[in-house]
Design a protein around this ligand. Structure first.
Ligand code: ADP
Ligand code: GLC
Length: 480
C-alpha cells in the first residue's frame, strides 16, 4: 500500500505546530501496518538546507505558469518529495507569514501550485511511482483533490483529507478562481466555490473519498454550528465519509527515559528525579524553587488556546498557590498581558516569548502540570506529551482534550484511573477553581504520584491510530 501524504509542514524539517508532529510521526508508525508513506512538502529555505543530497525526480514547466522541480530525499527516516519553485517558497519569514507575522499575500498561489504539483505526482508524474491513496492535510494541501477531480480521465488514487483545524480554511476572493487553471464547472457549490469566493479546504472536504478529523470528539463537534465554522452543512452531508481518529505522539522523540533535552532523565519508577528538571525550568523562567506546583503552558498564544482567559485569571491562580511558566508566542496583545503579569508576580509567574523546541521538552519534564485551556482543540498534543512525562494535564473539556484526559473526579480517583483535570465549562472562574483542585491534589503526594503513573502508563503512541488510518486506506482502495 503506497500513500502520498501532502502537508505544508513536517517534523523535524519544518514545524509551526501539531500538524508537523503528526505528519512526521505517522509515516514510521504506518510502516508496521504495511503502508509505505511518502511525504510531499514545499521547499522552504529551512527545508532546502536540510536536503543537500536530494535528487531531482521531476521538472515541471507549467505549474500555474511557474517552473519548478521536485526533489527526492530521505531525512530522519522520512521519504520526502520537496517542491522547489523559485520565488514561491524561498523567502524570509515562516511557511505562511512574513517576518512581521502577516500572511504572505500570495498564499493562495503558493499552495495552489503546491497542490497542483501534488496532483501531478498522484497521477504518476514520477516514473515508477503510483500511490494507491493520496492523503492531504489541511487547506494548504486540500486543492490537490480538486486538481485530481478535474484533471484527468485516468484512474485516480483514492483520497483522504485530514482536518487538523477548521479555523484555517484557505478562503480567497472569487477573482483568484481564474488563476487556478481549473475548468469552469469547478466554480460550483459542489466544486471550489464557497460563500461567493474560493474555498481550498471546502473543495477538499467536498471531493475526498474520506474525511478524518484528529479526534472523535472533534469529528462530532465540527458538525455543529458552534464548531463547524460554516462547514457544518457540508460535513453533515458527508457523515458516512467522516471519521475521527485521535492523534498519537512519537514516543521515541518524546521519551523521558532518553530525552537529551532534559537536565535529568527519569521513568515512572524514578519520578523523584523530575525535581532536577523542575529546578532547571524554575531558573529558566525566573521562578522561586519552592514546594508549590509549577503549571506550564507551551502554546501558540491565541484566542483558540484560551490564553486571554488565562491572562484574566493569573492573579487568582497565584493567590491559590500555583506558579506559572509560559513558553509561547503569537498575539502581541496577549504576549504583553502575560509579560505584565510576570512583572506583577516576580518569582511566581514567568514567560519566555518565543519558539523553543528543546525547552518545550524540559518544561514537560520539569513542570508539575501542563495547562491547556483551549476554547476548541481538534486534538492537542501537549497534553499527550504531559501524560508521557508525568506532567499532569489540566485541560478544557473540548475536542481531543476531552478524549484523552480522564478527570480526577471522585469516581475516577476512587477507581484509580484519573490522569488529569478537566475544566468545564471554560471561563476564568472554572479555570481558577480547577487549578485550585489540582493544587490541592498536588499536596497529596500519593494521589498525585498515582495520577502521574496512570498518565505514563497510558498508550499515547501511534500504534492504535496508525492501524485505523491503514484500515481506512485499505477500505478505500478495495471499494471498487
Ligand atoms: P497546535 O497545532 O494547534 O498549535 P498542538 O498541541 O497540536 O497545537 O501542537 C503544538 C505543538 O507545537 C506541540 O508540539 C508543542 O510542543 C509545540 N509548541 C507550541 N508552542 C511552542 C513553543 N513556543 N516552543 C516550542 N514548542 C511549541
Ligand atoms: C492543529 C490543531 C491541534 C492538533 C494539530 C495536529 O494544529 O489545532 O489541536 O493537535 O493540528 O493534528
Amino acid at each position: 500500500m503506497k500513500v502520498l501524504s501532502v502537508a505544508s509542514e513536517v517534523f523535524p524539517l519544518v514545524k509551526t505546530g501539531g500538524l508537523a508532529d503528526v505528519a512526521g510521526a505517522l509515516p514510521p508508525a504506518l510502516k508496521a501496518h504495511g503502508v509505505a508513506m511518502t511525504t510531499m512538502i514545499p521547499g522552504y529555505p529551512v527545508v532546502m538546507k536540510q536536503i543537500a543530497k536530494a535528487t531531482t525526480v521531476v521538472r515541471f514547466d507549467n505549474l500555474l505558469g511557474a517552473k519548478g522541480k521536485l526533489l527526492a530525499a530521505n531525512r530522519a527516516g522520512l521519504d520526502l518529495l520537496v517542491l522547489d519553485v523559485p520565488g514561491l517558497f524561498d523567502r524570509d519569514g515562516g511557511p505562511y507569514a512574513d517576518m512581521s507575522g502577516n500572511d504572505h499575500v500570495d498564499n493562495w498561489r503558493r499552495f495552489a501550485i503546491f497542490s497542483r504539483a501534488a496532483a501531478l505526482v498522484a497521477m504518476g508524474a514520477i516514473k515508477g511511482y503510483r500511490p494507491d491513496v493520496v492523503h492531504v492535510h489541511d487547506w494548504q494541501a486540500a486543492l490537490t483533490l480538486a486538481y485530481l477531480r478535474y484533471g484527468s480521465e485516468n484512474v485516480r488514487p483514492a483520497s483522504v483529507v485530514t482536518v487538523h483545524n477548521l479555523a484555517f480554511q484557505g478562503r480567497f476572493a472569487a477573482s483568484v478562481f481564474g488563476e487556478l487553471q481549473l475548468p469552469k464547472q469547478a466554480w460550483s457549490i459542489d466544486g471550489v466555490e464557497y460563500y461567493g469566493g474560493v474555498g481550498f479546504l471546502k473543495a477538499g472536504l467536498q471531493m475526498a473519498d474520506a474525511i478524518t478529523a484528529v479526534s472523535p470528539s472533534y469529528a462530532r463537534e465540527i458538525r455543529t454550528p458552534e464548531f463547524g465554522m460554516g462547514l457544518e452543512g457540508l460535513l453533515n452531508g458527508r457523515t458516512d465519509a467522516l471519521h475521527g481518529i485521535v492523534n498519537g505522539i512519537d514516543t521515541d522523540i518524546w521519551n523521558p527515559e532518553m530525552d537529551p533535552h532534559l537536565a535529568v532523565q527519569y521513568s515512572a519508577r524514578t519520578l523523584k528525579r523530575r525535581a532536577a528538571n523542575k529546578c532547571a525550568i524554575s531558573e529558566r523562567f525566573g521562578l522561586v524553587d519552592d514546594d508549590d506546583p509549577v503549571l506550564a503552558v507551551v502554546s501558540r498564544l491565541t484566542w483558540q488556546k484560551g490564553i486571554d482567559i488565562l491572562a484574566q485569571s493569573i492573579d487568582a491562580i497565584v493567590a491559590r498557590g500555583a506558579k506559572l511558566a509560559v513558553l509561547g508566542s503569537g498575539d502581541k496583545g496577549l504576549e504583553n498581558e502575560l509579560l505584565a503579569a510576570a512583572a506583577r508576580h516576580r518569582g511566581r509567574v514567568g514567560i519566555i516569548v518565543g519558539y523553543d523546541e528543546p525547552l518545550s521538552h524540559l518544561v514537560q519534564g520539569g513542570a508539575d502540570a501542563i495547562l491547556v485551556p483551549s476554547r476548541f482543540e481538534p486534538c492537542g498534543l501537549t497534553q499527550l506529551y504531559g501524560l508521557r512525562y508525568g506532567c499532569i494535564p489540566v485541560v478544557a473539556r473540548t475536542g481531543g482534550l476531552a478524549d484523552t484526559i480522564i478527570d480526577a473526579n471522585a469516581a475516577a480517583l476512587g477507581a484509580g484511573v484519573a490522569t488529569g483535570f478537566q475544566i468545564a465549562p471554560l471561563n476564568p472562574d472554572t479555570l481558577t477553581d480547577t487549578i485550585s483542585r489540582a493544587v490541592t491534589h498536588f499536596h497529596e503526594p500519593k494521589t498525585w504520584a498515582q495520577m502521574q503513573k496512570n498518565g505514563m502508563k497510558t498508550d499515547v503512541s501511534w500504534n492504535h491510530s496508525a492501524r485505523l488510518y491503514a484500515d481506512l486506506y485499505r477500505s478505500l482502495v478495495h471499494e471498487d
